[in-house]
Design a protein around this ligand. Structure first.
Ligand code: BES
Ligand code: MN
Ligand code: ZN
Length: 473
């Protein structure tokens, strides 16, 4: 990855002035001569997201104006630094202006994230979007803005690029084993204690549900487990859905529904990115990460509709639909997480299409029995422009999961409220839902936006990090 942030300041860097409409006149008064004349002759109005490069008297680049429109208060107004990063000529830039710490971090983050490219399968120099050879000297680089937190940014960029790479890698190269290897590599980097239970050993170790979902793949299912930090610190367990490809199983998905299912390990990727942030920042938590890593495939030994599965907790589950596989693999991991009674369990999963119908792609749904947890995460998400929205664990719908033959069915008996019934299924495997937070995420950007190219993304990672920091640090 090309790091386009310069962590040392340099007074020779070209200034970027973020300006609101209403402040443009004052800026022109403060910068008479060719810069303000150029500004006028270009009819620049400081509209949001528009920018203008400014010449000095020698014709060299003397500065850049970045329009904030009527905005500039909200964090989301600073994503536009991402379009600058890809549009400005190569060179070194700095921000001129009074940004708050959150705004300064966000401007730098947008700039850094704009440099993200998924180049694994591109022949060298095939990416013409910048025409660079990737060594950094042909890119626009930004000096770390005043007020920005360099260590936080490095951890965040690392976590977010990791999540994106893992999601974007096609299932052919990101199977259950490769996902486990990525987790092991991250664990090794931070001296975490890691183990993986593979294939038939899942049965011996009492993870029957993970095994049932993953057994039809030629690539055996597994459970990744790593621990990091001071065992005496507050205990935080992260659980991520690692379905490396979701065909739907025997209740096979159609072509359109299957197309993007390499991203069905997006929860695992988000959790790994978040773990990277936590470990890089050395947050004072006893961290545990659990990732059931499987492929939901079709074969003669695939689990079937109507099968009754054993689970780690002991509850039996009738399979109403093999495409509701996420909650099945997660229920064993959640039961294990819960057995230690940690202070907080957070799971992230690309669990339901219904959550996307309810809230759209960019707004992960959260579920928890704790009003405080929900309110804190939503508030921090707003502050950091990493939003989530709460849906209820509406207990009366639990009836919809009833089964005549088993303790519960994995799907509800109707098409409505699917994100809620999925969350209620998961809640049956945790003992204290006020210490549990479930995030149903899309794990993906459907369109290109500044700093957020289309493709995989660890949505809510920054908001979750802020929540954990606020609670435990
Ligand atoms: N991985 C999907 C959910 C999904 C689909 C997330 C598209 C994001 C985008 C999950 O395994 C699934 O197939 N869920 C089913 C559940 C249904 C069978 C009750 C769904 O949402 O349709
Ligand atoms: Mn599915
Ligand atoms: Zn799935």
């Amino acid at each position: 990855m090309t790091n386009n942030i310069e962590f040392n300041s340099d007074p020779a860097a070209v200034p970027i002035w973020p300006v609101r409409n209403r402040d443009l006149g004052a800026w022109q008064t403060d910068h008479p001569g060719s810069m303000s004349a150029w500004c006028k002759s270009n009819d620049f109005t400081a509209a949001a997201g528009k920018f203008l490069t400014l010449p000095g008297d020698d014709g060299k680049l003397a500065g850049v104006l970045l329009g904030l429109g009527d905005g500039g208060e909200k964090t989301r107004d600073y994503w536009s630094f991402g379009s600058l990063a890809n549009a400005l000529p190569a060179g070194l830039y700095r921000v001129e202006g009074d940004l708050s710490p959150i705004q300064a971090d966000h401007a730098a983050l947008a700039w850094a994230q704009a440099a993200y490219r998924f180049t694994r399968y591109r022949s060298e120099n095939a990416d013409s979007s910048r025409g660079g050879d990737g060594d950094g000297d042909d890119t626009a680089r930004l000096c770390l803005p005043e007020n920005a937190d360099g260590a936080y940014l490095q951890g965040t960029i690392k976590g977010s690029f990791l999540a994106r790479d893992l999601i974007n890698t096609p299932a052919s190269d990101m199977g259950p084993e490769e996902l486990a290897d990525a987790a092991l590599a991250l664990a090794a980097e931070f001296d975490a204690d890691a183990s993986v239970i593979v294939g038939e050993d899942l049965l011996a170790e009492n993870y029957p549900a993970i095994h049932a979902v993953g057994r039809a793949s030629t690539r055996p299912p597994r459970l990744i487990d790593f621990r990091w930090g001071d065992a005496g610190a507050p205990r935080l367990t992260l659980v991520g859905k690692g379905v490396c490809f979701d065909t739907g199983g025997l209740d096979l998905k159609g072509a359109a529904g299957m197309l993007k299912m390499k991203k069905d390990m997006g929860g695992a990727a988000t959790v790994l990115g978040l773990a990277a942030m936590i470990m890089a920042a050395k947050l004072p938590v006893a961290l545990r990460v659990l990732i059931p890593s499987v492929e939901n495939s079709v074969a003669g030994n695939a689990y079937r509709p109507g099968d009754v599965l054993a689970t780690r907790k002991g509850l039996t589950v009738e399979v109403g639909n093999t495409d509701a596989e996420g909650r099945i693999v997660l229920c064993d991991a959640l039961a294990e997480a819960d057995s230690e009674n940690p202070d907080l369990i957070i799971d992230v999963a690309t669990l339901t299409g219904a959550a996307r119908v309810a809230l759209g792609q960019d707004l992960p749904a959260i579920f928890t029995g704790s009003d405080d947890l929900a309110a804190d995460l939503i508030r921090l998400g707003e502050e950091l422009d990493d939003p989530t929205w709460r849906l209820p664990l509406f207990a009366p719908y639990y009836d919809r999961l009833k089964s005549k033959t088993a303790d519960l069915n994995n799907v509800s008996d109707g098409p409505m409220g699917g994100a809620i019934t999925a969350a209620l299924f998961m809640e049956a495997f945790v003992s204290q839902s006020d210490r549990w937070l479930h995030l149903d995420s899309y794990g993906w950007n459907d369109r290109d936006r500044p700093g957020r190219p289309s493709g995989g993304d660890g949505l809510a990672m920054r908001a979750l990090f802020a929540l954990i920091k606020e609670r435990f640090a």
